[in-house]
Design a protein around this ligand. Structure first.
Ligand code: ATP
Ligand code: MG
Length: 593
């Protein structure tokens, strides 16, 4: 198979697109793989589509290998099933909603648990029909608040979603493990560094859940790892243990002190060390202060509720942990207007004295689990320029509960007790869930068991971001001059470049092309007659095909040049050996993967 550049539907760009912030995204656009149609919505051009199809093929092979059967559900869906599970509301503004000509509400599917459940219910009725595994490679729609990185986070994207159906818990566990093993094969074959982490299950519900994250500085997810124990989790899923109670019998009574001009933790700590030094000689630090952060929650039904979060002053609220802790509610800032509506709140000096459903503000107050009963704090005294010292949790104040929203810091203890945590960033590439009986229950998917009794089916759900994989692999495989595809998904095996004007060069290139095609290789052939060698070389580097074969000046000496796109290594090969050399190189490195 050959793609001739003289006729290929391709226009490479010398300039970076102005709206692309990530290097891989910039290069996918410049190299003519994708083109933006609207924010978060992209057109796939011939080269991009070839990479996409290669990813899809790997995914399909591994799903077929575990016996899952491919189907294809519509993207345009009725709303009733999503109403039945509550997700029509829960998805909030992320869901694309529309009406047909009769005014009937419809939606564009963000994920398909409901539809698969209902279809299996329609068709199967006995435990003997199970286990069953189904999958599709299909277009999903989510009106993402922040589309990003081109096809990395789109509003229209392709997902491979699979669903397992079992009549027993052991069956679900086996299906989950089979899908997990298939995912390991998929991501190994795609050829990038990834980690498998514990995940929070978000809007999906269900219990056991893991994510496959591409390790990347450009990732939006932060994950933690514990070298000693092997524990790994998305920060959203880290459950900080409740700190054990401490003895407060020696702590003096709480006392309010003037602390003028101390609206921040730093100014407060500095002032406390000057004006109210500790009796034990130790310095006050941010960790001795209790900071109270206010946010507004917007519930799926549109109602808004303020929330106060108390946490040690040296720890920020982590936006993603907070989002995950309050889901399906969304988090909005608590602004001037809200302060004005609640006079009990003194900005910069808010303390537990006014927080909590029972207190003056009436605002629900949740604490970070690191705040032990019996621990003493410096915190706002709810009066301008005043803080209270030695305020003891459980003695002087209480809260309405705890919340897992504090940032996880490097060196924090691992939740499994096995050591300390380190932090890194990643891109979520795949997600596997044990959904359990949640969807089957609500939608009435039951089968007759061995004893003729109706039993609710248990399900798993398994997603891979197919378009996202292209973007994430691009991010991971760029250098200063262009893309460098891993062989398994490159748009071609070889980029053949014919340079100069000499007809003999083009004849020799045609001959080597025929040989490569006969050997079954896929070739991009730069046969453009009036384009300079410099431009052709730049384009070959930009497009990122792993092997570049140059036919040009060397032909007079009976050689062609083979170049490795990734390492930049070049070597001359005799014209007569060129096909064999290139075929060996392609096959050799692909079998090594
Ligand atoms: P994220 O946290 O990144 O928004 P998610 O947890 O909402 O993703 P899932 O519902 O688990 O996503 O979907 C399964 C897979 O689909 C994800 O692991 C990811 O690879 C892919 N995916 C999800 N949203 C998008 C998107 N907007 N664009 C491209 N791929 C996506
Ligand atoms: Mg997910």
């Amino acid at each position: 198979m050959a793609l001739r550049m003289s006729t290929l539907f391709l226009r490479t760009l010398r300039e970076d697109p102005s709206d692309a912030e990530l290097p891989g995204h910039r290069l996918l656009v410049r190299a003519g793989y994708v083109r933006r149609a609207a924010p978060g919505i992209f057109t796939w051009l011939p080269l991009g589509l070839r990479v996409l199809r290669n990813v899809e093929a790997i995914v399909r092979e591994e799903m077929d290998a575990i016996g899952d059967q491919e189907v294809s559900f519509p993207a345009l869906l009725p709303k009733e099933p999503y109403e039945a599970t509550g997700r029509y509301e829960e998805y909030g503004p992320n869901l694309f909603r529309l009406q047909d000509r009769k005014g009937v509400d419809m939606l564009l599917g963000p994920t398909h648990e409901e539809m698969f459940t209902l279809t299996v219910k329609d068709m199967f009725s006995s435990y003997k029909d199970l286990p069953l595994g189904l999958y599709q490679v299909q277009t999903k729609y989510r009106d993402e608040a922040r589309p990003r990185g081109g096809v990395l986070r789109g509003r229209e994207f392709i997902m491979k979603d699979a669903y397992s159906f079992d009549s027993s818990d052991e069956g679900l566990e086996a299906a989950y493990q089979a899908h997990r093993a298939a995912y390991i094969k998929i991501f190994d074959r795609l050829g990038f560094e990834y980690v498998i982490v514990h995940a929070s299950s978000g809007a999906m519900g269900g219990s056991s859940s893991e994510e496959f994250l591409a390790v990347s500085q450009h990732g939006e997810d932060t994950f933690v790892r514990c070298e000693a124990s092997g524990y790994a989790a998305n920060v959203e899923a880290v459950v900080v243990a409740q700190a054990p109670e401490v003895d407060a019998s020696q702590t003096p009574a709480a006392h309010a002190e003037p602390t003028p001009e101390t609206p921040t933790i730093e100014t407060l700590v500095a002032a406390a060390n000057v004006n109210h030094p500790r009796s034990d000689g130790r310095e006050w630090t941010g960790a001795d202060t209790l900071k109270n952060v206010l946010v507004m929650l917007r519930h799926p039904d549109g109602t808004r509720e303020p929330l106060a979060i108390g946490l040690p002053g040296d720890r920020a609220v982590d936006a993603k942990r907070l989002e995950s802790a309050v889901a399906p509610a969304e988090v909005e800032p608590f602004e001037g207007k809200e302060f004005a509506e609640n006079p009990a709140l003194v900005k910069g000096y808010i303390g537990p004295g006014v927080l909590g459903e029972e207190n003056a503000s009436g605002i629900r107050y949740l604490l970070d689990p690191s705040i032990a009963v019996g621990s003493a704090w410096i915190t706002g005294a709810d009066a301008p320029g005043m803080h209270v010292f030695d305020l003891v949790h459980g003695r002087d104040f209480t809260a309405d509960g705890t919340i897992q929203a504090g940032e996880i810091q490097e060196g924090d203890p691992s939740p499994d007790g096995g050591g300390v945590l380190t932090l890194a960033r990643g891109i979520e590439m795949g997600h596997i869930f044990q959904l359990g009986r949640k969807y089957a229950e609500v939608l009435g998917l039951k089968v007759l068991d061995e004893n003729g009794k109706l039993a609710t089916v248990t399900m798993g759900s398994y997603g891979v971001g197919v378009t996202r994989a292209v973007a994430a692999i691009a991010e991971d495989n760029v250098d200063g001059i262009g893309l460098c595809w891993p062989r398994a998904i490159a748009p071609a095996d070889v980029h053949l470049v014919a340079t100069g004007k000499d007809p003999a060069v083009f004849e020799a290139a045609e001959e080597v092309l025929a040989g490569l095609e006969a050997a079954g290789l896929e070739v991009i052939y730069d046969d453009r007659p009036k384009v300079s060698p410099g431009v052709k070389f730049k384009d070959s580097e930009l497009l990122g095909v792993p092997t570049i074969l140059v036919v040009g000046r060397g032909l007079a000496d009976g050689v062609m040049e083979v170049k490795d796109r990734r390492t930049g290594e070049r070597r001359n090969v005799a014209v007569a050996d060129a096909v064999t050399e290139v075929v060996n190189e392609v096959r050799g490195s692909s079998s090594a993967q």
